[in-house]
Design a protein around this ligand. Sequence first.
Ligand code: GDP
Ligand code: MG
Length: 175
Amino acid sequence: MASPVNGIKNFKVVLLGEGCVGKTSLVLRYVEDKFNNNHLQTIQASFLNKKINIDGKRLNLAIWDTAGQEKFHALGPIYYRSSNGAVLVYDITDEKSFQQVKTWVKELRKMLGKDVCLIIVGNKIDLEKDRHVSLEEAEDYANKVGAVHFQTSAKLNQGVEDMFLVLSKNMLSIN
Ligand code: GDP
Ligand code: MG
């Protein structure tokens, strides 16, 4: 997946997490700088491409969003296989969505091993007053499993670009 074509490195990145945590919103914010207050069923294609340059290297991220299968617990290895990176999203106002991230971490480590870069993202920080997952708990957990933790608001465009940048640098460092 990461083999260079015309000097461009291609990476596959998957978004995972419960329904409604903001996966589609994060992708659309990052790739198209758009936000929609309504629930977004899915992007049109199964993935969107984002080209970036880091330290003189050209990268193409193929960012895979789900089509909502997570609601039926029907997301399997076909979706995430050969991923270089995974963005595991929870909603900071929803403790259950954080527990779901832990399930994904276990599955990805088991199926893809250590070579997949994991980013755990607490989204919707604009709803701080309704927070149910503490920053400390999430950071401790991420450290324990060798993941990076980030907090974002797709709505206010906070942390989104930084999060994908750190993920890209981590993927570059092992590929
Ligand atoms: P997905 O099911 O995980 O893909 O979630 P969506 O991207 O469809 O978002 C679900 C709902 O959460 C929508 O109503 C979004 O507008 C909303 N949402 C997404 N990100 C944020 C955010 O950062 N802050 C707030 N307040 N709402 C958000
Ligand atoms: Mg979605």
